[in-house]
Design a protein around this ligand. Structure first.
Ligand code: SF4
Length: 471
């Protein structure tokens, strides 16, 4: 999951299946922000469906509207307020409408959200996602509920509703104990809480039984996985690490591919790299945010590593997996960032040759140290740096894409190309989106979940096209 990027609103698709039980009205969820939020939304949709809600055909038709919010960027936060204004107006003529704000804005604003939008029924932080049914029961008794306290996250593996029938996210650790000076996540998502490997494996087995083929293990800082769990090995190291988890879930039958995100360069180990190289289902794609190419800026961000350490991680990955794709997150125009420091970020992107980079200009977030620093940079500098950076990221992505030209790639089919119904789309193991004709040439069509060998004949910065070869 990007730490700084991906701030688009996600709308759960139009209704497909009727409610599992009973009839309680319809719901609509709009999700802002990162993969953690998307995974939470899927679980909350699952809970609503098990309560008897069915999905609405549109936001303005729904009896229950839930905004799962993001506070990493100001524009995502502002969008929530404008959406809420519209719903608050609806509620004035339709008192049976239930309005819920979940996610990071809810956690950050708490009760003050109720003061700002008194029509709200429920304000709930991300740690409470699995308790949506309990909280709604309180709402049904006529209460206005705010649930933002520190909460031990309950295991809930039975009700998730997934947006894809092929690829699923599985949370392995919630929260973050880091204190990056620009980031609101620790204050809104709380302390790290790792799930037990047995529970994660059980969830993956259930997903495999439902036909899912690809799992992305998720954590805000996934390399921290297990450090809050007890247990020391006979060799004296922690019993539960991400490496151990990958080894413990690798052989789940039916799962073809495993990914994980988001990695932190401070904790990314050689042992993990070696395990990824040795475990056949772990895909050769690593999302490792570097945030800045300058050591002084990294120190001000409290990231806990140097540019050199980052380089060594990438070198080691490429020694063991020469074709590995590397993606990252970067922030430019951090408070006090000089032109020379910014140029070092560009130089690092040039040197590493990333397959994809989520870029952001720094934006001050409430309750974070960097927001209070006096040396904030002007908007014009932010815009200029971001534009130059984006052009470089695209040029390097295109250079990286060129290596696929003419190659035979294994593609896991995810569905139909929304822009061309004669094509299907899927991803390479290295996570490049790839399009090819749906018609197999043997009277059948490629289906979601199929693995196809595709000869690539067109490369673009962030996607590929080709045609499948039948064995
Ligand atoms: S590692 Fe840093 S940037 Fe990532 S979630 Fe934790 S505090 Fe935020």
């Amino acid at each position: 999951m990007p730490e700084t990027g991906g701030m688009t609103a996600t709308f759960l698709p139009a209704p497909s299946a009727p409610a599992a039980h009973g009839e309680r009205g319809s719901y609509w969820i709009t999700t802002f922000g990162c993969q953690m939020n998307k995974a939470d939304s899927e679980r909350m949709a699952g809970i609503l469906e098990s309560m008897g809600y069915r999905e609405a055909s549109g936001e303005l038709e729904a009896d229950l509207v839930l905004y799962n919010t993001c506070t990493i960027r100001d524009n995502a936060e502002q969008k929530v307020y404008s959406y809420l204004g519209r719903q608050a107006q609806r509620k004035r003529t339709n008192p049976n409408l239930t309005l819920v704000v979940a996610g990071c804005v809810a956690q950050q604003e708490g009760e003050s959200l109720l003061r700002r939008v008194p029509e709200l029924d429920l304000v709930m932080g991300p740690q409470h996602a699995n308790r949506l049914d309990v909280l709604l029961a309180q709402v049904e008794q006529g209460q206005q509920v705010v649930a933002t306290g520190e909460h031990h996250i309950l295991e809930d593996i039975t009700t998730a509703r997934r947006d894809s029938a092929v690829c699923a996210w599985v949370n392995v650790i919630y929260g973050c104990n880091e204190r990056c000076t620009y980031c609101v996540v620790p204050s809104v998502r709380g302390q790290e809480q790792s799930r037990l490997p047995e529970a994660i494996r059980l969830e993956m087995e259930g997903l495999a039984a439902q036909g899912f083929k690809e799992i992305t293990l998720l954590g805000q800082n996934i390399d921290a996985y297990g450090r809050d769990l007890p247990g020391i090995t006979p060799e004296g190291r922690r019993q539960h690490t991400l490496t151990d988890l990958l080894q413990a879930v690798h052989d789940v039958d039916g799962i073809e591919r495993i990914r994980f995100a988001t990695s932190h360069p401070r904790y990314f180990t050689e042992r993990l790299i070696d395990a990824c190289a040795d475990l056949a289902k772990v895909c050769e794609h690593f999302h490792i945010p570097f945030q800045s190419g300058d050591d002084a800026v990294l120190k001000a961000m409290a990231r806990g590593y140097t540019v050199d350490r980052y380089r060594r991680i990438i070198e080691r990955i490429r020694q063991r997996m020469p074709d590995a794709a590397i993606s990252a997150d970067v922030i430019v125009a951090f408070p006090g960032e000089t032109d020379a420091q910014y140029r070092r970020t560009l130089a690092l992107i040039e040197e590493i040759g990333f397959d994809q980079v989520n870029t952001a200009a720094y934006s001050p977030r409430p309750n974070t140290p960097a927001a209070t620093w006096p040396d904030q940079l002007p908007e014009a500098v932010k815009v200029e740096r971001l534009q130059e950076l984006n052009a470089l990221v695209e040029r390097k992505a295109k250079e990286r894409s060129a290596r696929y030209d003419g190659r035979l790639e294994q593609i896991l089919v995810e569905g139909t190309n929304p822009k061309d119904a004669t094509q299907v789309m899927g991803r390479t193991r290295t996570n490049r989106l790839t399009f090819f004709p749906a018609d197999r040439g043997d009277g059948r069509h490629w289906q979601p979940g199929d693995l196809a060998a595709v000869r690539i004949d067109a490369v673009r910065a962030f996607s590929l096209s080709g045609s499948a070869e039948l064995a």
